[in-house]
Design a protein around this ligand. Sequence first.
Ligand SMILES: [Mg+2]
Length: 433
Amino acid sequence: MTRTELTIGEVRLTPILVADPPLLNTQGVHQPYTPRLIVEVVTEGGVTGLGETYGDTKYLDLARPLADALTGRSVTDLNALSLLAAEVCGDSPAATAADAVDVGGLRGVQTADKLRLSVLSGFEVACLDAWGKAAGLPVHALLGGKVRDRVDYSAYLFYRWAEHPGGRGEADDWGAAVDPAGVVAQARKLADTYGFGSFKLKGGVFEPKEEIAAVRALAEEFPGRPLRLDPNGAWSVETSLMVAEELRDVLEYLEDPAGTTDRMAQVAARTDIPLATNMCVTTFDEIAEAFTRGAVQVVLSDHHYWGGLRNTRELAAICRTFGVGVSMHSNTHLGISLAAMTHVAATVPNLHHACDSHYPWQTEDILTERLTFENGAVAVTDTPGLGVELDRDRLAALHRRWLDDDGSHRDRDDAAAMRLADPEWTTPAVPRW
Ligand SMILES: [Mg+2]
């Protein structure tokens, strides 16, 4: 391995639009296409590393200056990469404007930090992939080595429609799931196809009693299996407590029932069901209050917004110190991110819950070979780097879709998608119930 092999000569950024089914959440519904950004770090020795992150305009605006600043640096220089990102992205209009904006979104308050770290993570993963390829080592080895050979994932269940409003987007054969029977049928299909052994239902869509009925139906169909329900902070403290009581015998954990650290702490004080979050602990700054108040018992890490695989390990170490569990959150993603999630998850000793993944819902990918789930798990590869290969024709096709888009899909907007079905729809006030 020479210096040339590790020195970054070029960084390519390719925004794409990926087909997405009409999955419902408390904000609205997924649009037919969702933006992702593919990062390629090419070294002077001709090694290419791959990364993937959010692709909305505000992320692209931060990614471009960071890409320019990387040329001439080493793919091993990851601590400096964090500092560089703060320097290059810190003053950008996208970063500073975002600070004041609480998007009321599905992953907590949006901050400049989180935006920057989400961009950084795509570059960090690409550097690790290139470094691993140059060194002949898998990414997990660069993180200190795996402690398991397979990483378990849970079936990610969604209320959904059979098709997008107006028949837009790509068709699939999943059908609608808007009641307990539909949710159970979806779970059965996911379990039979991928072997998943635990189930998470995205809630906050229907009245809590309907979602309780759906989880009860899952418990009957899959007795003894770990079940989770995640309404994305849609409930009041009292509603959260009511649901916790109703489902106390079947839930592995209740995820973000109430949307703030304060409300979560109030719920946690009055139930023994563990509370998980990817909304109120999303940055290092948010850890101290949540952990000292006992507001959460499981943190759902996400290497995208925590700033990469190494930060994910740091988060896991802090959780271990406080006796807080770790699992993994998922947003719509492709195979590069699933590979990155699997590598880092393989290195975290205290990861005791199956991770979330949207991957079964993403039928398009930009890899020559899709990753596969066997018995609900992804095998940890020892192939150098992430162990995935880019299909340039697929990448070009999905980039072409992004270029041709009229702008309506370049920034994720679940409420706008919902208004196509319900013109009166506005993002619900929190708590919704
Ligand atoms: Mg969640």
